[in-house]
Design a protein around this ligand. Structure first.
Ligand SMILES: Cc1ncc(COP(=O)(O)O)c(CN[C@@H](CS)C(=O)O)c1O
Length: 409
């Protein structure tokens, strides 16, 4: 893993509060930002900021152009057919809620089944619980195997003629396993169901083409792929978005408002109420440019090499339990683990003293934690700018955790 990316990431070069070299291994939560993204934000607010779509003056026209250029950049990045199929939101969570409350409440009926995987993040699980309760639908789960992989027999058995919607993560934020989306989409469509894919942990790490995957909805958050916080994306097939009622109502999303009723603006504006995050969209444009210049194939390859190195070293520690690391064939850089006798929060605190930033907790995945038989885990989530030296630092610090707490080796 080359560390020549570090020159682009100011935050990764600064020491931690206690003067240690920062080893940032929480990329599943959010990624750090390259200078090109930071400068894009500065440039927008320094030269081009205005409220888009509303002003007839030059600055507003410029802001509108930047915003709509960002939409075209995302369309191309996801391989979508039309810019009308790209909706900007705040984040993946808002995108998933938009689908649940607009598509779900409109088209799911009593007795219909909604199929999830047990590895869903709460953002792609709790909204569907609300829809199931509101409409009298049934929630069913596809369960992963001991290696965190979704078996073919679960896909085949759980998606049936009663299934109306399948909502599944492309990559689990706990297990890091890449799910067989094309296969799941084919099965969903064979029974007349739609498929919603949560791409929050896949889009930053591997090339995604929504038409090749044949998905109906696909979401992601910009901040997990080098972009600023506050900008997210919902992709939806045009015909489905056209049939859906608005999610949020107000300015920009209307065509005409009378005292008792309103006609709505065409796509994508129908789903973009109020003043939009133009700065975030400009930052997302710069983030996509950075990823495309680096190469998602390069990112995926380098990450797989690094995760293999990390897992091989972790497997040599007898007091470490790994989750989702038995089959590395389709695995991104997410590594969940526990240290014998030590709570993940204590592991994280001890690692922090050595400059190492990992996540500890339930990772917004309570049902998966319960299924794995744990309350919480530690999680190191690698990205292309991490290095073998970062992994070695993690292992060195982990080797001291039990000793620090008096458990011996
Ligand atoms: C698979 C998946 N799906 C949705 C979300 C929500 O992303 P937002 O940008 O917060 O809306 C996340 C964010 N997971 C963070 C925070 S819990 C993590 O540390 O794993 C995710 O991983």
């Amino acid at each position: 893993m080359s560390s020549n990316y570090l020159k682009d990431f100011p935050l990764l070069k600064q020491p931690t509060a206690n003067g240690k070299r920062l080893v940032y291994l929480d990329n599943g939560a959010t990624t750090q930002k390259p200078l090109s993204v930071i400068k894009a934000l500065e440039g927008y607010y320094g030269t081009s900021n205005a409220n888009p779509h509303r002003g007839a003056y030059g600055l507003s026209v410029k802001a509108t152009e930047l915003y709509e250029n960002a939409r075209e950049k995302v369309r191309h990045f996801l391989g979508a057919a039309k810019t009308e199929e790209i909706i900007f939101t705040k984040n993946a969570t808002e995108s998933l809620n938009l689908i649940a409350y607009s598509y779900g409440l409109q088209f799911i009926e009593a007795g219909d089944e909604i199929v999830l995987s047990i590895a869903e993040h709460h953002s792609n699980l709790v909204p569907w619980q609300q829809v199931a309760k509101a409409r009298g639908a049934v929630l069913k789960y596809m369960y992963v195997n001991a290696d965190g992989v979704l078996p073919e027999e679960e896909i085949e058995a759980k998606i049936t003629a009663k299934t109306k919607l399948v909502a599944v993560t492309h990559v689990s934020n706990v297990l890091g396993i890449v799910n067989p989306i094309r296969r799941i989409a084919a099965k969903a469509h064979s029974v007349g169901a739609v498929i919603v894919v949560d791409g929050a942990q896949s889009v930053p790490h591997l090339a995604v083409n929504v038409r090749e995957l044949d998905v109906d909805f696909f979401v992601f958050s910009g901040h997990k792929m080098l972009a600023p916080m506050g900008i997210g994306v919902l992709y939806g097939r045009e015909e489905l978005l056209e049939a859906m009622p608005p999610f949020l109502c107000g300015g920009d999303m209307i065509e005409y408002v009378e005292e008792q009723d309103t006609t709505f603006a065409p796509l994508p504006a129908k789903f973009e109420a109020g003043t939009q995050n133009v700065g975030g969209a400009v930052g997302l444009t710069a983030a996509i440019e950075y990823l495309e210049q680096t190469g998602l194939d390069v990112i995926e390859r380098e990450e797989r090499e690094l995760v293999r190195y990390a897992v091989e070293r972790l497997q040599q520690l007898p007091y470490i339990t790994l989750y989702g690391c038995g089959d590395l064939t389709n695995k991104t850089g997410v590594i969940s683990f526990n240290v014998k006798d030590v709570h993940p929060h204590d592991v994280s605190t001890i690692l922090d003293a050595d400059g190492i930033a990992i996540r500890a907790g339930h990772h917004c995945a309570h049902p998966l934690m319960h299924y794995l038989g744990v309350n919480a885990t530690c999680r190191a989530s690698l990205y292309f700018y991490n290095t073998r030296e970062d992994v070695d630092a993690l292992l060195d610090s982990l080797s001291r955790v039990r000793g620090v707490l008096g458990y011996g080796a």
